[in-house]
Design a protein around this ligand. Structure first.
Ligand code: HEM
Length: 149
């Protein structure tokens, strides 16, 4: 697949991943906290999850395929030696952090949040963290066209 097509899919998925989280943070989270109503978040997550998770999986697949096209294959990851490899390795670490937050939300927070609005602050922390990490991945990705960092 051409690098350009991979980049277009990557950017579309980045819009969905980051945009979906920003909408949650600014469009739904304030009302949920004001009204202490966790269902506002749970309803949004239910609808967004299939689209968001598909976007995240495609981000990883297209990102890794583009990294290979830049010559950054698995044996170079996490060496932090060359500028593009530094961007790729940093994004992979942020991806790992995103997965850890997702697992923590899925298995620790969400089961309790369903019946307990007292878990809203913890869920808010997870949502804001994943959103900020997504924005960072976007900003770091933009460095590639300037030669990396
Ligand atoms: C939440 C996840 C991610 C977001 C929001 C994201 C976002 C972006 C954005 C906005 C760009 C800029 C493209 C441009 O300047 O035209 C980019 C580029 C890039 N990303 Fe990601 N990315 C994510 C995950 C990943 C992952 C997991 C990898 C794999 C290591 C990756 C590898 C790359 C590469 C290699 C580029 C350079 C493409 C190019 O300009 O040719 N990304 N990313």
């Amino acid at each position: 697949m051409s690098h350009h097509l991979l980049l277009i899919i990557h950017l579309l998925c980045a819009s969905i991943w980051v945009g979906g989280h920003v909408l949650l943070v600014f469009g739904h989270l304030p009302q949920a906290l004001r009204e202490k109503n966790q269902n506002i978040i749970l309803d949004y997550e239910r609808k967004y999850e299939p689209v968001g998770m598909t976007a995240l999986v495609l981000l990883v697949v297209t990102g890794i395929m583009m990294a290979y096209k830049y010559g950054v294959s698995i044996e170079y990851w996490f060496h932090f030696e060359t500028p593009i490899e530094k961007v790729v390795s940093t994004k992979l670490l942020l991806l790992l952090l995103t997965v850890l937050f997702a697992l923590s939300a899925q298995f620790r927070v969400l089961p309790k949040l369903k019946n307990n609005p007292g878990k809203l602050p913890e869920m808010t922390f997870h949502i804001i963290s994943v959103t900020l990490i997504g924005v960072l991945m976007l900003v770091f990705g933009s460095f590639v066209r300037f030669g990396g960092f």
